[in-house]
Design a protein around this ligand. Structure first.
Ligand SMILES: Cc1cc2nc3c(=O)[nH]c(=O)nc-3n(C[C@H](O)[C@H](O)[C@H](O)COP(=O)(O)O)c2cc1C
Length: 341
């Protein structure tokens, strides 16, 4: 069924279709009986799927990755597809338009996407207000935070703090995104000193709030082993809750798509990322002696891909490109396989 729908959807511009589909889901949400029907078709609840990670209780370990619902506009609709958690953002303090269009490209031969969205979002205030007004029904919500394009790296910490403070009461965990390849200079914040400064500042904020929200760091798959060693040290030193591995890659190795698509600037996601992101998870898990939880993301297109991430040391997994290529049934497919295990 989704295969047929996909052949139609894939004829149109990827970004336009994204908004068309999410808009259609929003309309469907208002049709009497339809949300119930969707839930009955896609949701799967089972005690063996429930899991507690960094102090939060997840109904299941399969989440929606950041970037799909940047402004938290479709949480209720997306929850119908059975996700155990949804990560909204990346959000920045001020609204910003992102890069010029087109900025999202499909590479069907490789079952991949390239995007250079550039943190297009409506700003943290709009997101916070959306989150104040939703019915969560046990769904865990993560807030993925970033800096505005015009904020120099020296002041980046202020942007992360603004987003952290504004979202503190409305999200369950935070993700510090310093790994998007589409904001000039952002990845330099993955260096030891700037990163420690941002994470320590947010951890101090946590202390001041009395209750603390788990903070995770989202990293790029393009880091060297030495840089990954630094990440382990930084996580342990700053005592943040864990790591999300990985964001999109700037590598274009082993692609079969035409040159014109391969050379589009931006981050590559989907199948070509599967093994590298699993490798990063395994490395971090071993190097840290499993001392912190990892959320595994990157090229999960099947139950087997998800299981490999979990076997490599991930406590939870997230999907984005696989959800686009395989359809919403992928969540249930993974959950069914996990129950059987
Ligand atoms: C169109 C698009 C937009 C994205 N935007 C964000 C974002 O705003 N913040 C972020 O941390 N990751 C973002 N990502 C990265 C995903 O969350 C995920 O880490 C990455 O795509 C790898 O997973 P996948 O292969 O399942 O897509 C984006 C990915 C895509 C394809």
């Amino acid at each position: 069924m989704y295969k047929l729908l996909k052949t139609i959807l894939f004829r149109f511009d990827p970004e336009k279709i994204h908004y068309f589909v999410t808009g259609a889901l929003q309309s469907a949400q208002k049709v009497w009986g339809l949300p119930k029907l969707l839930k009955a078709s896609f949701k799967l609840e089972h005690p063996s799927l429930e899991t507690e990670v960094f102090g939060l209780k997840f109904k299941n370990p399969v989440g929606l990755a950041a970037g799909f619902d940047k402004n938290g506009e479709y949480i209720q609709e997306l929850a119908n597809f059975g996700f155990g958690f949804i990560e909204v953002g990346t959000v920045t303090p001020l609204p910003q338009p992102g890069n010029d269009k087109p900025r999202m490209f499909r590479l069907p031969k490789d079952e991949a996407l390239v995007n250079r969205m550039g943190f297009n979002n409506k700003g943290v205030d709009v997101l916070a207000r959306k989150l104040e007004n939703i019915n969560r029904e046990g769904l865990i919500i993560g807030g993925n935070i970033g800096k505005n394009k015009n904020t120099p790296n020296e002041d980046a910490v202020k942007d992360y703090v603004k987003c952290f403070d504004r979202l503190f009461d409305v999200v369950d965990y935070f993700v510090v995104n310093v790994s998007s390849p589409n904001t000039p200079g952002l990845r330099e914040l993955q260096e030891k000193e700037p990163l420690k400064h941002i994470l320590n500042t947010l951890q101090n904020k946590n202390l001041k709030h009395g209750i603390s929200r788990p903070i995770l760091l989202k990293i790029a798959p393009d880091l060297t082993n030495e840089q990954l060693d630094d990440i382990v040290e930084i996580v342990q030193e700053t005592k943040i809750a864990g790591v999300i591995a990985t964001n999109t890659t700037i590598s274009r190795d082993n692609l079969t798509s035409d040159e014109s698509l391969k050379t589009e600037m931006g981050g590559l996601s989907g199948k070509p990322l599967t093994s590298r992101s699993t490798e990063v998870i395994k490395y971090l898990s071993q190097k840290s002696n499993q001392s912190f939880p990892i959320i595994g993301v990157g090229g999960i297109h099947s139950a087997k891909d998800a299981q490999e991430k979990l076997d490599a040391g991930a406590a939870l997994v997230q999907l984005y490109t696989g959800f686009v290529y395989e359809g919403p049934g992928l969540v249930k497919q993974i959950l069914k396989a996990l129950i059987k295990k």
